[in-house]
Design a binder for this molecule. Structure first.
Ligand SMILES: Cc1cc2nc3c(=O)[nH]c(=O)nc-3n(C[C@H](O)[C@H](O)[C@H](O)COP(=O)(O)OP(=O)(O)OC[C@H]3O[C@@H](n4cnc5c(N)ncnc54)[C@H](O)[C@@H]3O)c2cc1C
Length: 481
C-alpha cells in the first residue's frame, strides 16, 4: 500500500484540500505539520499568530483524531524532517498545497530536488488562492499593477469549485510526534507576564469549525450591511475571516462558493456580496503583487521612496504602539490591536497613515508591529497594505492623501462608540469632543473626568503642522525623481 506524506502548511483544514484529496486516492496518508522557524527568516510567525497557530493545530489534530488518524508535529528544518519521516515510513510520495510567501518557492524547489533523487513523488496543489499568480494577466501577458482591472479580469475566469472531504485511510503505524505544548507558542506557556492573550479564546474560535461558523454567521445577516457598514469600526458588519483565511482553515474557494449560494437565496444582497468578494479580491491581488516583487515586505515597490527622509523617532513610535498619541481614533485602534489581536480595516488605514505621515516613521516599523500583534498577520496583505497607505506600493493611495484623524473619527465613529470602548478614560466626553478632547472646555473635561496630560495624553503632534511636514518630506523625493 502506498503512503503519502501530506505536509500541512498554511492550509490547516480537511475540506476543500486538493492535496489531501489526491493523497487519499493514492493509499495511506501520513498527516504532518513541521514548524520550521528558520525558513521565513525575519518573518517567522509573530506572537499573536503563534497563539493562533497553537489553537489551530489543536483543532486540526482533534479533527484528524476523530477520523481515526494522528497529526504528526515536528519542529525543525522542513527538508531534513521530511527526509527522516520518509525514511522511517517508506512513504513514496509527498503532497502539499502550494504557498506564495517570498520564501516558499525556494523551499518547494528544494523538497522537489531532494526527493527526486530518492524517487519519491513530490506534488504541489492549489487551494490557497482563487487564482494562481500568473493566471490572471493583462492583454499583453503581464501582471496587473492596478486592482480594478485585475479584479475585472479575474472575475472572467471561473473559480474552481471546492473539493469534498475524501475518505481517508491514515497511516496505521504510530509515528513519534512532538507535544504541541512543548513548542511554547502561547504566552501562558512561556511565563511571559502578563498573558496578553488572556480572554482571546472567548473572542476567537481558531480552526475549521470556527472558520465555517464565522462565514455562516456573516452571510446570514451582517453581509446585508457590508457596503456601508464595513467602514464603521464600532459595528460588526465585516466577516472577521482574515485569520481563518491566513491559516487556511477555510479556502477562498469555499468563501466564494458560499457567497454565490447566498446571492441565489438573497438576491437583494447581491451588490453587498460582490463588494465583500472584491475584498477577497484584494487578498488575491496582494499575493499576485508579492509574487511579482518578492521584496515587498522590506523594500518600496516604487523605487523613488527608497530616498524618503523618514524621521523615525523612537519615542513617537512607542507612543503609537501603546495607543498614547493623544488622537483618540488612533489610540483606540492600537489598543484594540493589543487587546484582541485584530484591528478594523478602516482604523488600520488611519493608524498606518498617522504613523507614516504624521510621525514620519518608516512603514516597515508599523508592518513589523502589526506582524507581531495581528492574529491575521499575512506577509502579502500586510506588506501591500502598508505600502498602499504609505504611498510607495503598486496602485497605492496618492502620497498627499493624508488622513485627518479627527475628521476620520467623526465620519466613521460618529457617536464615539469605538473610541469609548477602547479608550475608557474618554467615555464620559460628549460626542462633540470625543475625537478632539483638547478642544473641549475645561469644565467639560472636568465633568467627564478627563485631565489632559494626566489621564489622557495631549496630541504628540499638531495635525496641521504634521501634515505640512509630510508634504514637505514628499517634495524631497519628488524633486529627486
Ligand atoms: C496597514 C494595513 C495592514 C493590513 N494587514 C493585514 C494582514 O496582515 N492580514 C490581512 O489578512 N489583512 C490585512 N489588512 C487588510 C484588512 O485590514 C483585513 O484583511 C481586514 O480588516 C480583515 O477583516 P475582515 O476579515 O472582517 O474583512 P472583510 O471586510 O470581511 O473582508 C473579507 C476578507 O477579504 C480580505 N481583505 C479584506 N480587506 C483586504 C485588504 N485591504 N487587503 C487584502 N485583503 C483584504 C481578508 O482576507 C478578509 O478576511 C491590512 C490593512 C491595512 C490597512
Amino acid at each position: 500500500m502506498s503512503t503519502t506524506i501530506l505536509l500541512f502548511r498554511q492550509d490547516l483544514r480537511l475540506h476543500d484540500h486538493p492535496a489531501l484529496a489526491a493523497a487519499a486516492q493514492r493509499g495511506n496518508v501520513l498527516p504532518v505539520f513541521i514548524y520550521d522557524q528558520q525558513v521565513a527568516g525575519n518573518w517567522d510567525f509573530g506572537g499573536a499568530s503563534q497563539w493562533w497557530l497553537h489553537e489551530s493545530l489543536t483543532s486540526l489534530s482533534e479533527s484528524i483524531r476523530s477520523l481515526g488518524g494522528q497529526l504528526v508535529l515536528r519542529r525543525g528544518n522542513t527538508v531534513e524532517t521530511l527526509i527522516e519521516l520518509q525514511a522511517s515510513t517508506q512513504a513514496d510520495a509527498i503532497y502539499f498545497s502550494r504557498q506564495y510567501q517570498p520564501w516558499s518557492a525556494a523551499l518547494e524547489a528544494s523538497i522537489n530536488a531532494e526527493f527526486m533523487r530518492r524517487s519519491v513523488e513530490v506534488k504541489r496543489y492549489p487551494g490557497t488562492l482563487l487564482h494562481e499568480p500568473g493566471s490572471v494577466l493583462t492583454g499583453s501577458g503581464t501582471s496587473f499593477k492596478v486592482f480594478t482591472p485585475f479584479w475585472r479580469a479575474a472575475n472572467k475566469v471561473p473559480a474552481a469549485m471546492p473539493v469534498p472531504l475524501p475518505d481517508i485511510r491514515w497511516t496505521p503505524t504510530p509515528i513519534a510526534t512532538d507535544a504541541l505544548i512543548e513548542w511554547q507558542l502561547q504566552p501562558s506557556a512561556q511565563d511571559r507576564m502578563p498573558d496578553w492573550a488572556e480572554g482571546w479564546s472567548a473572542l476567537w474560535k481558531p480552526g475549521e469549525d470556527g472558520a465555517k461558523k464565522a462565514l455562516d454567521t456573516f452571510l446570514e445577516a451582517p453581509v446585508a450591511q457590508y457596503s456601508e457598514g464595513r467602514d464603521l469600526p464600532a459595528k460588526r458588519y465585516t466577516s472577521r475571516l482574515s485569520p481563518h483565511l491566513k491559516f487556511g482553515e477555510i479556502s477562498p474557494r469555499q468563501v466564494w462558493a458560499a457567497a454565490q449560494q447566498r446571492k441565489l437565496s438573497a438576491p437583494q444582497w447581491s451588490s453587498a456580496i460582490d463588494k465583500f468578494l472584491a475584498e477577497i479580491g484584494w487578498r488575491e491581488f496582494c499575493y499576485q503583487l508579492i509574487d511579482l516583487f518578492g521584496e515587498m515586505p522590506n523594500t518600496p515597490f516604487k523605487n523613488q521612496f527608497a530616498a524618503f527622509p523618514w524621521d523615525n523617532s523612537k519615542a513617537q513610535l512607542k507612543a503609537w504602539q501603546q495607543g498614547q498619541t493623544g488622537y483618540p481614533i488612533v489610540d483606540a485602534g492600537m489598543r484594540e490591536l493589543w487587546q484582541t489581536g485584530f484591528m478594523h480595516n478602516r482604523v488600520r488605514m488611519i493608524v498606518a497613515s498617522f504613523l507614516t505621515k504624521h510621525l514620519l516613521v518608516h512603514w516597515v516599523e508599523g508592518e513589523r508591529w502589526f506582524w507581531d500583534c495581528l492574529v491575521d498577520a499575512d506577509i502579502a496583505s500586510n506588506a501591500c497594505s502598508w505600502q498602499w497607505v504609505a504611498g510607495s506600493g503598486a496602485d497605492a493611495a496618492p502620497y498627499f492623501r493624508i488622513f485627518n484623524p479627527i475628521a476620520q473619527g467623526q465620519k466613521f465613529d460618529p457617536e464615539g462608540e469605538y473610541v469609548r470602548r477602547w479608550c475608557p478614560e474618554l467615555a464620559e466626553l460628549p460626542k462633540k469632543f470625543v475625537h478632539a478632547p483638547w478642544e473641549a472646555p475645561i469644565l467639560t473635561l472636568a465633568t467627564a473626568g478627563v485631565e489632559l496630560g494626566t489621564t489622557y495624553p495631549m496630541p504628540i503632534v499638531d495635525h496641521k503642522a504634521a501634515r505640512q511636514g509630510a508634504l514637505d518630506a514628499y517634495e524631497v523625493i519628488k524633486k529627486a525623481s
